[in-house]
Design a binder for this molecule. Structure first.
Ligand code: GDP
Ligand code: MG
Ligand code: ZN
Length: 324
């Protein structure tokens, strides 16, 4: 235990969960957070320094560190000696048949699902993000950007309202500080928030606005072009003046789901509930008699799009199924 750890360490995200993992006799060890990861190295930040460590210079680590990890380092040499147990992880399924997962981020408190109020808006992608958030045991909030460019905001509000069990929505012009004030007030010192959303929706813009300066490169997308270029290559923890930590992520479209069946059941709780009324408890909602889900689809109580996405995500979540 680090004897009543400091507020400074807490502002990096340290908490009792990590403190409890430090042995009594570990005075010679210093906690450091992994703030960025690239192919062959990672960057750590402790109370005393920030430095880059090559993977091959950290042979004592059994697991490859990911952004957000906490390490214990030798207080004299600053070499990482131990990776602490993660509070949670954001994992994605790699494409292909090998159904492996990749850990993108560890130890975070919240996900902002960023979507834009334009033709890029997509309910199914949003639901995918909600499953990822539920799978990593954090609350999600939705950030609807580009409201300043939108001539029919009610259209997007209605589309959002039609998604059952939706978390709170924050409408912003991501370029405007005043517009992002309410959002900023949600972010507390030491808490880590991951931004997820397709390329071009305004994640980097939002981070710059919260920071009050241009740190993240933003891209000039032609808004008619659904595909943006990837400006954000590395995931880096960024500390705001308030002490809150934010981290940019690649597009949610690319984030495959693996082993997320429980999370899917939660996010699609409305379907889970309807399915409980089917005559057979292993009903596949295809051609079985007395299928409550098909009834709900026929009556319009359940949207076809939502049901199709539910089926698609469930199939993807099963490791035995290949995923393109
Ligand atoms: N008008 C307007 N433009 C925005 C807003 N958010 C982002 N943009 C613009 O959209 C483009 C893409 O933003 P960027 O932050 O790079 O998207 P990212 O790929 O999600 O990081 C940039 O040209 C931004 O200036 C917004 O709320 N309103
Ligand atoms: Mg970006
Ligand atoms: Zn059924």
């Amino acid at each position: 235990m680090t004897n009543g750890y400091s507020e400074e360490l807490a502002s990096l995200g340290w908490s009792a969960f990590f403190d409890d993992q430090v042995a009594e006799d570990a005075a010679s060890l210093e906690p450091a957070r992994v703030v960025a990861v690239s192919r062959q190295s990672f960057e750590i930040q402790s109370l005393t320094l920030r430095k880059s460590v090559r993977i091959r210079d950290a042979p004592q680590l059994e697991v490859r560190p990911t952004t957000g990890d906490w390490l214990l380092c030798d207080a004299a040499t600053h070499d990482p000696v131990k990776l602490l147990e993660r509070k949670n992880e954001l994992q994605r399924r790699r494409s292909g048949h090998d159904h492996r997962s990749q850990i993108m981020l560890a130890n975070f408190e919240r996900i902002f699902l960023v979507v834009s109020a334009n033709q890029n808006f997509n309910e199914s992608r949003l639901e995918r993000g909600l499953v990822l958030a539920s799978q990593s045991n954090v609350v999600a909030e939705i950030v609807l950007t580009k409201i300043d460019q939108c001539s029919d905001l009610d259209l997007f509000r209605n589309r959002l309202n039609q998604i059952p069990l939706l978390p709170p929505v924050h409408e912003v012009d991501a370029r405007d500080t005043g517009s992002c004030q309410e959002l900023a007030s949600l972010l507390h010192s030491g808490e880590t928030t991951a931004l997820l959303g397709s390329s071009g929706v305004g994640k980097s813009t939002l981070i710059n606005t919260l920071l009050g300066k241009e740190l993240q490169a933003t891209q000039s997308v032609r808004d008619q072009d659904a595909k943006g270029r990837h400006t954000t290559i590395r995931r880096t923890l960024i500390q705001l003046p308030s002490g809150a930590i934010v981290v940019d992520n690649p597009g949610v479209r690319e984030l495959g789901i693996l082993d997320g069946e429980d999370a899917i059941a939660v996010v699609f709780g409305d379907i889970t509930e309807i399915a409980a009324q089917c005559r057979f408890n292993d009903c596949r909602h295809n051609a079985e008699p007395d299928c409550a889900v098909r009834d709900a689809l026929h009556q319009g109580a359940l949207a076809h799009r939502r049901f199709n996405n539910y089926v698609k995500l469930l199939r993807e979540a099963r490791p035995s199924e290949p995923y393109a």
